[in-house]
Design a protein around this ligand. Sequence first.
Ligand SMILES: O=C(O)[C@H](O)COP(=O)(O)O
Length: 215
Amino acid sequence: MLQVYLVRHGETQWNAQRRIQGQSDSALTEKGERQAEQVAERVKTLGITHVIASDLGRTRRTAEIIARACGVDVTLDARLRELDMGVLERRNLDTLSEEEEGWRRQLVNGTADGRIPDGESMLEMSERMHAALNACLDLPAGSRPLLVSHGMALGCLVSTILGLPAWAERRLRLRNCSISRVDHQQSPWLASGWVVETAGDISHLDAPALDELQR
Ligand SMILES: O=C(O)[C@H](O)COP(=O)(O)O
């Protein structure tokens, strides 16, 4: 049975400032670096064979810290990027107009084709996230990959594995440096294919962490 670990990157400067990142980027804070070290300490004895990360800076840095502890290299995969937030990227959450906040809310309020102007839909992101996850099935037998990605992207992936639509309302918090695990299995008692073993585990962190909505 293939087990895949899913890690959201460490806290960044813009997470802490409540600024929308999307496919823009900001560096990890000192806290974010420490969170990544705590993930590394937690997973270094799990037999991780591959660390595969979104190619944005915050995920690359998190992946480098984890990969070093696991004794493997980092592989980049742009399909693991955060949702493209279009015209709202770089904006502070507290400065959004009612209309702009409406664009953001329609991503996760049951609107199938919701998107921020010039941005990506949740369905489009879901398709590329599932493609990146399914690519793990082509790794050599016995592989145990760890993917480093983002809050909206991983929340959408886990939710859709559970059968919710990509644009479903949020019912899962994925805090900075949380660890989730999904398994690909064929069991008579579970749906065939991907199942969720763990979601949003932060028991390895020594301090409260922000969720993907910077709450
Ligand atoms: O700010 C964003 O784009 C998201 O809400 C969180 O993205 P992140 O997981 O890349 O910080």
